[in-house]
Write a protein that binds this ligand. Sequence first.
Ligand SMILES: NC(=O)c1ccc[n+]([C@@H]2O[C@H](COP(=O)([O-])OP(=O)(O)OC[C@H]3O[C@@H](n4cnc5c(N)ncnc54)[C@H](OP(=O)(O)O)[C@@H]3O)[C@@H](O)[C@H]2O)c1
Length: 304
Amino acid sequence: MSTEIAAGTDVREHRILYGCMGLGGGWDTEPYTAADVDTAEAAVRAALDAGITAFDHADIYKHGKAEAVFGELLARDPQLRGRITLQTKCGIRVPARGRVGLYDLRADTIRQRVAESLERLRTDHVDVLLLHRPDPLMEPAQIAAAFADLHRQGLVRQFGVSNMDASTIGFLRAQVSVPLVVNQVELSLARRELVESPGTLEHCRAHGIGVQAWGPLARGRYTGAGPDDETTRLVAELAERKGTTPETIVLWWLRRHPARIAPVIGTARPERIRACRDAANAEPDLSHDEWYQLWISARGAALP
Ligand SMILES: NC(=O)c1ccc[n+]([C@@H]2O[C@H](COP(=O)([O-])OP(=O)(O)OC[C@H]3O[C@@H](n4cnc5c(N)ncnc54)[C@H](OP(=O)(O)O)[C@@H]3O)[C@@H](O)[C@H]2O)c1
């Protein structure tokens, strides 16, 4: 029942993305190794097998090594780039040799970071560029100019933001001429703040902005890595009843929300990636009441 989505499609069409932050070896500036490339290849193959064809990066992941190993895979398999949607982010400067990390969304920085990402990824364009975090010093006119240039030059097809609330998105949308099509935020059964405090998700729905969830598996909290508590048991029970995996239930909880939240899964283990297959290929099979059962169990208290 695989419904693989063609490359170059609107990123909002993807039910799920594979997050590449776990690829490329360690968080250091040592070069990546052949073993790191093999790990990345196994993960990407597992994602494609599971029907996942959108890949999420950031310039900073593993100090650029996540993009670099991915670029090596693209160079090894010339067909691959045409099969996938490639998303990256810019806007965070990570600490290097004692300097502090900071945010930087100045126009020249955005242009420069995209050029560096394209070089590491060994591609002539990315499908989607996200601003990684809001920068208190950002000037929307500068972001607008950088986005317009990148779009005109064919270097970036679609644009979006990450970790931004409704008012910040509205502030940017008023001045940026290209559409902002995605907001990537932390969301899972364990991190429910945006579901529980209306504002950001509703703004996204009202303006046709797709929501992507980072940390959607809650680092395995309900699928083997956390305590054997009531929610973990409920997730397992629903998985068994529906003939799917606990990972899929946790991801369906996001997909079942009317914002049709697209999880960005970050496990590098092929078997865990494959366990997400039904979330990539099927519409969520969770009733209204089952969705509430999961929510109430995870929040640990009855609704008021
Ligand atoms: N926009 C942002 O600010 C932002 C921030 C963070 C991440 N992201 C993106 O979101 C993606 C996903 O984020 P995430 O990695 O936090 O999400 P996640 O998918 O919730 O968690 C994946 C992590 O949890 C571990 N894990 C999952 N299931 C497990 C289990 N059953 N037992 C033990 N460990 C388990 C994985 O380890 P294994 O690899 O060993 O399975 C991996 O380290 C990233 O790759 C990145 O693309 C974006």
